[in-house]
Write a protein that binds this ligand. Structure first.
Ligand SMILES: [Zn+2]
Length: 114
C-alpha cells in the first residue's frame, strides 16, 4: 500500500533526525501534500500511527498542509487552480493542462523534544 510505505519513510526520516540531534522523542511532523500528489491524507495519518509505534516517533502529531495544484492550459494559456490531474481548462474546456504545482509531497519540519 502506497500510504504505508510513505508513512514508514516519514517515520524513518524523523527517527534518524532525532538520533542526529541526540533527542529522545519526535513531537510533531509537518508535511506539505500537493492536491494532485495522489496521497490520501487520512490513510497516511492512519498508517503513520501504526508505523510510529514502538519508535521515538510514537505519539508525534502529523500535520498535513494541503498545497493547491496549479495548472496552465496549453490551448489558451490560462492558469488556474487544479484539484486533480484529469481536469479540463475552465476557460476553454481544453484538456491539455500542464501541471505546475500540487504534485509534491514534502517534509516541511520535524519538531524534536530535547
Ligand atoms: Zn484553456
Amino acid at each position: 500500500m502506497h500510504e504505508m510505505s510513505l508513512a514508514m519513510h516519514i517515520v524513518d526520516l524523523a527517527a534518524s533526525r532525532a538520533r542526529e540531534e541526540g533527542a529522545g522523542r519526535v513531537s510533531a511532523i509537518e508535511l506539505e501534500v500537493g492536491a494532485m500528489a495522489g496521497v490520501m491524507v487520512e490513510a497516511l495519518e492512519f498508517c503513520f500511527e501504526a508505523a510510529a509505534r514502538n519508535t521515538v516517533v510514537e505519539g508525534a502529531v502529523l500535520v498535513s498542509r494541503l498545497v493547491e495544484g496549479l495548472g496552465t492550459c496549453l490551448d489558451c494559456a490560462a492558469s488556474h487552480p487544479m484539484r486533480g490531474v484529469h481536469e479540463t481548462c475552465p476557460s476553454c474546456g481544453g484538456s491539455l493542462i500542464h501541471a505546475e504545482g500540487g504534485l509534491e509531497l514534502r517534509l516541511r519540519s520535524i519538531t524534536i523534544d530535547e
